[in-house]
Design a protein around this ligand. Structure first.
Ligand SMILES: Nc1nc2c(ncn2[C@@H]2O[C@H](COP(=O)(O)OP(=O)(O)OP(=O)(O)O)[C@@H](O)[C@H]2O)c(=O)[nH]1
Ligand SMILES: [Mg+2]
Length: 321
């Protein structure tokens, strides 16, 4: 006869680790959710769609799991080479992941219940097809619950369940963090049992150079209109840390790349006013993030029609993170 033994807490909660892809339509709140989970600003966000262009990796580690989170560009109909590359990034992330969080914007879908129309639109349908093909377990994240009455969300979740088997559905607000602990608990149950993939204090895989370029690009998204944000890339040409230890100073030179000369004039602004605002805001964020003083020099250059060809994407450094 075997003696009963006290349950080992480690058995009750075996450590789990794996890859979690955050996918969804543009503007759904994927990057906001990543930042909320990490408790730090890693991914740039804006009220304009198609802000994220490449995948951004953030790592959440707690006592019971390590979730390696992949933020991805929004899934949309893609015409230019840049847009095709963006959607491909998201599709690849789904294939690589142990679990997918499909972030949906309830401010878009929930009002359709009252209108009696189709709950799932073409964008949701495109996402369902990608998920079906990959066969990765899916958690539906019904986002922006701070501004949508919770009862209106249930029919949307039901409609999704009828199209696609779900591991779980979690209503939350990525902006306020309300509901986040439920999501983390569901993510954990979908991850394989296994050891951490990264040190517990590693929180991202992206380089400081990439973060610097992204923060400058975010300010262009916030401060310019129409096609300008979508025609802009940022390349870091100098990232000089030689005085980081002695004076706490980092010198950064970045090129803001646009597609056509009139766009260059707009990004520079009258008397250089626009590029100055972009630089000032980006420098403040960078100093916080890098915990150093930052000397940021920006200049604007034209790389004709860079979004439209594969060669153009390479010339602006797209995909080098
Ligand atoms: N009210 C509210 N707004 C949110 C919430 N989550 C995100 N937003 C806003 O939605 C907008 C888009 O957020 P992002 O996180 O940039 O969206 P994304 O899905 O990463 O967008 P792309 O990178 O363009 O695909 C921003 O203005 C956010 O502040 C939320 O829970 N509530
Ligand atoms: Mg994003």
């Amino acid at each position: 006869m075997t003696e009963p033994t006290a349950p080992d807490p480690a058995d009750a909660a075996p450590f789990r680790a794996g890859l979690v892809a955050l996918i969804g339509r543009p503007n759904a709140g994927k990057s906001t959710l990543l930042n909320q989970i990490l408790g730090s600003k890693l991914a740039i966000t804006s009220s304009k769609p198609q802000t994220t262009r490449d995948r951004v990796v953030g790592i959440h580690t707690d006592a019971v799991m390590q979730a390696v989170l992949l933020d991805t560009p929004g899934i949309h109909k893609a015409w230019t080479e840049l847009n095709k590359a963006m959607v491909q990034r998201a599709t690849d992330a789904v294939a690589d992941a142990d679990v997918v969080c499909w972030i949906e914007d309830m401010t878009l879908l929930a009002p359709r219940v009252a209108q009696g129309g189709e709950l799932l639109d073409g964008a949701a349908d495109a996402i369902v097809r990608i998920l079906e093909q990959a066969g990765t377990p899916v958690i539906l994240v019904a986002n922006k619950l701070d501004v949508v009455p919770p009862p209106t969300v249930l029919p949307v979740i039901e409609a999704v369940r009828q199209r696609l088997p779900l591991h779980a559905a979690v209503p939350l607000s990525a902006l306020t963090g309300d509901g986040l602990s439920d999501l983390l608990a569901e993510i954990r149950t979908a991850l394989p049992v296994g050891p951490a993939l990264y040190d517990a204090d590693t929180w991202t895989q992206v380089s400081e150079r990439f973060l610097a370029a992204e923060l400058v690009r975010e300010k262009v998204f916030h401060l310019t209109e129409q096609e300008i944000p979508y025609s802009t890339a940022v390349e870091i040409e100098v990232f000089d840390e030689s005085e980081r230890d002695t004076r706490g100073l980092i010198r950064i030179h970045a090129a803001v790349i646009v597609e056509r000369p009139p766009q260059k004039a707009i990004v520079i602004g009258r008397g250089g006013e626009m590029i100055k605002r972009i630089g000032t805001l980006a420098r403040k964020d960078l100093e916080r993030l890098l915990d150093a003083k930052v000397h940021l020099e920006l200049f604007v250059k034209v790389e004709k029609d860079w979004t439209k060809t594969a060669g153009g994407l390479r010339r602006v450094g797209f995909g080098r993170t």
